[in-house]
Ligand binder design. Structure first.
Ligand code: MN
Length: 501
C-alpha cells in the first residue's frame, strides 16, 4: 500500500507541473484529485494498478486536448460515483453543478451498449443516441478519453469480455471520434481494438506489411532530407516528417477490391507530411515538390483545402514518383489544419475557450473555413449551429449542446435494435417505425418490462416490446389523437379509408 501511495503521488506531481504552465485552475484540479484518491481508496483496476491511475490518465488526456478546467475535473471524477464511494451530491457541492452534470452524462452514456443488430442503420442510430443522451459535447470527450485508456488496459479484463468491448470500440467509439474530426483518436481506438476483434487478420497484416514499411522507410527518409534542404533554401518555414499508416486502416485498404492485398498499390504506407504556416504556403510547397518529383498522372493530386472532406479534414495530398520510382504520397497542410485533423472538435472547443481567455476576435474565427463542411453531414448539423452561436455570443458553454438531436429520442426493440423517434413519440409510433403491418396486431405493450399504455410518451433508452394479437385488426381512429410521427398518421388514415370508417 505504501508503494501505491508513492506511485500515485509521484504521477500526479508530474501532471501538476504541466498544469501550472497552462492556465488551468490548478487549485480546482488538486481538489478533484484529492477527492478521487479518497473515493477510489483501496480500489484496483483489473490490471492490478490502483484505480485512481485510470482517473488520472483520463484527466491527462483531456488536458492534452486543451479542454477547460471543468472538463478535466469531470474526467478525474468520472468514476467516483459509479465505481467509487462518492455521491452525486458531493460532486455538486464540491465542484459545482456543471461538473456533476458532466459526470452524470458520462455514466448515462456508459450504459449504452452495442447489442442486437449489426445493421449499419441501427449502429448509426446508436451513435446518434449517444450524442443525444450526452447533451453536452464535453461528455462525449470525457467518454472518448475514458474509452481510450480502457482500451490500452484491455489486456487486464477477463478474456471473455475483451472482444465485446473491442467490437463496441470499432463500431461506436471510433466512428464517433471520426465524425467529430478527431482523426488521431479514431486511429488509436481502431488499432487498439483490431487485434481483439480480428486476431488472425491482425497477425497477417503485421507480418506481411513489415518488409514494406522497412523498404519505404528508407526511400521516404532520403526524400525527406532532400525536401528539407530545398524548402529551407526557398525560405519557407516548414516541418517535414514521415507518418506511418495505422494498421487497421492499412488492413481496410488492403481488403478493397481495387487493392486486393497488393502492397505495391498502397502509396501511403508511409507518407511524407509537410507542415507550414499558411494555406498559401501549402500551394507553394506543392509547386516545389512537383518540381522535384513528378506527380502520378490521374491519381496525383487531391486538394482537400479547396474542398474539405465532410468531417472537416483539410490537407493537400499528392502522389509522386519518388526515389527508385516508388510512388509516395505527400500530405501538405498548415499547423492549424494539422491540429484540427488530429483533435477535431476538441481543438475547436479549446479554441473557443481561448477566445474568451485571450480575447481572440470574431474576425479570426470567421477566417477559419473548417466548420462550413460540417453542414454536409446531416446529423452533425448541430455542430454547425454551435459554430454560429460561438460567433454570436461569448456563451460558448451553451453552444455545444446538441440542439438538433435534443428533439429526438432513441429507443430499443427487445432485440436491441435502436429506433430514432421524435420527442413525445408513443409505443404506437414505435410499432409503425418497426413495420407498418405490426400496428394491426398490437394487443398491449411493455415499456422496460412493465405493461404500459399505448399513448405513453417514451424516453431515450426505453426498451419497447409489442405484445401481439393473433389476428389483424384495423387501427382505431383515436390513435390519431396521440401519435407523433407522420408515418403513423398517414398509415392510420390509410387503413381507416380502406375500411370506410
Ligand atoms: Mn472510467
Amino acid at each position: 500500500m505504501r508503494g501505491d501511495n508513492e506511485l500515485i503521488k509521484g504521477e500526479y506531481v508530474k501532471f501538476r507541473l504541466q498544469l501550472m504552465q497552462n492556465g488551468v485552475d490548478v487549485v480546482m484540479i488538486n481538489k478533484a484529485w484529492d477527492f478521487a484518491v479518497l473515493a477510489h481508496h483501496g480500489q484496483r483496476r483489473k490490471t492490478g494498478e490502483p484505480f485512481v491511475m485510470h482517473a488520472l490518465e483520463v484527466g491527462k488526456k483531456l488536458f492534452e486536448w486543451n479542454l477547460d478546467t471543468q472538463t478535466i475535473v469531470a474526467g478525474i471524477l468520472h468514476d467516483t460515483v459509479e465505481d467509487g464511494g462518492a455521491l452525486r451530491q458531493d460532486l455538486a457541492e464540491g465542484f459545482g453543478d456543471p461538473v456533476a452534470v458532466l459526470v452524470d452524462g458520462v455514466t448515462k452514456i456508459s450504459n449504452i451498449k452495442l447489442r442486437g443488430s449489426k445493421n449499419e442503420e441501427f449502429i448509426e442510430n446508436l451513435r446518434k443516441m449517444f450524442l443525444a443522451m450526452a447533451k453536452d459535447l464535453r461528455v462525449v470527450l470525457v467518454k472518448l478519453a475514458d474509452r481510450l485508456h480502457n482500451m490500452k488496459t484491455l489486456h487486464g479484463v477477463e478474456e471473455g469480455k475483451r472482444k465485446r468491448i473491442a467490437e463496441e470500440t470499432l463500431e461506436i467509439y471510433a466512428p464517433l471520434a471520426e465524425r467529430l474530426g478527431m482523426g488521431q483518436v479514431k486511429a488509436e481506438l481502431d488499432d487498439l481494438a483490431f487485434p481483439y476483434v480480428y486476431p488472425e487478420e491482425h497477425e497477417k497484416v503485421v507480418s506481411l506489411s513489415k518488409p514494406y514499411y522497412k523498404n519505404t522507410e528508407k526511400d521516404v527518409d532520403t526524400m525527406k532530407r532532400k525536401l528539407l534542404k530545398v524548402l529551407a533554401a526557398s525560405g519557407l518555414k516548414s516541418k517535414v516528417s514521415g507518418r506511418k499508416k495505422h494498421l487497421y486502416s492499412l488492413w481496410k485498404k488492403l481488403e478493397r477490391p481495387d487493392i486486393a492485398w497488393d502492397f505495391e498499390r498502397i502509396h501511403d504506407i508511409i507518407a511524407l507530411r509537410v507542415l507550414v504556416e499558411t494555406a498559401q504556403d501549402c500551394y507553394k510547397v506543392l509547386g516545389i515538390i512537383h518540381g522535384l518529383y513528378k506527380p502520378v498522372p490521374y491519381i496525383g493530386i487531391s486538394d482537400f483545402i479547396a474542398q474539405p472532406k465532410p468531417n472537416g479534414y483539410r490537407s493537400i495530398h499528392t502522389k509522386v514518383f519518388g526515389v527508385g520510382a516508388r510512388i509516395i504520397e505527400i500530405q501538405i497542410r498548415t499547423w492549424t489544419m494539422h491540429e484540427q485533423a488530429e483533435n477535431g472538435i476538441a481543438a475547436h472547443w479549446a479554441y473557443a475557450g481561448m477566445k474568451l481567455k485571450k480575447g481572440i476576435t470574431n474576425d479570426l474565427l470567421d477566417k477559419r473555413p473548417f466548420d462550413k463542411s460540417f453542414t454536409k453531414l446531416s446529423w452533425v448539423k448541430q455542430l454547425a449551429d454551435w459554430q454560429k452561436e460561438i460567433k454570436d455570443s461569448s456563451e460558448y458553454m451553451e453552444a455545444v449542446r446538441f440542439d438538433a438531436l435534443s428533439s429526438r429520442i432513441f429507443v430499443f426493440s427487445p432485440m436491441g435494435d435502436v429506433y430514432d423517434l421524435p420527442i413525445g413519440a408513443t409505443p404506437i409510433d414505435f410499432a409503425y417505425s418497426v413495420h407498418t403491418n405490426l400496428s394491426g396486431f398490437v394487443k398491449s405493450v411493455k415499456v422496460n418490462g412493465k405493461i404500459a399504455s399505448l399513448n405513453q410518451q417514451l424516453s431515450s433508452g426505453d426498451v419497447i416490446e409489442i405484445i401481439k394479437n393473433k389476428n389483424y385488426k384495423s387501427p382505431p381512429r383515436d390513435w390519431l389523437d396521440f401519435v407523433k410521427t407522420t408515418q403513423a398518421k398517414r398509415e392510420i388514415e390509410k387503413s381507416l379509408r380502406k375500411v370506410g370508417a
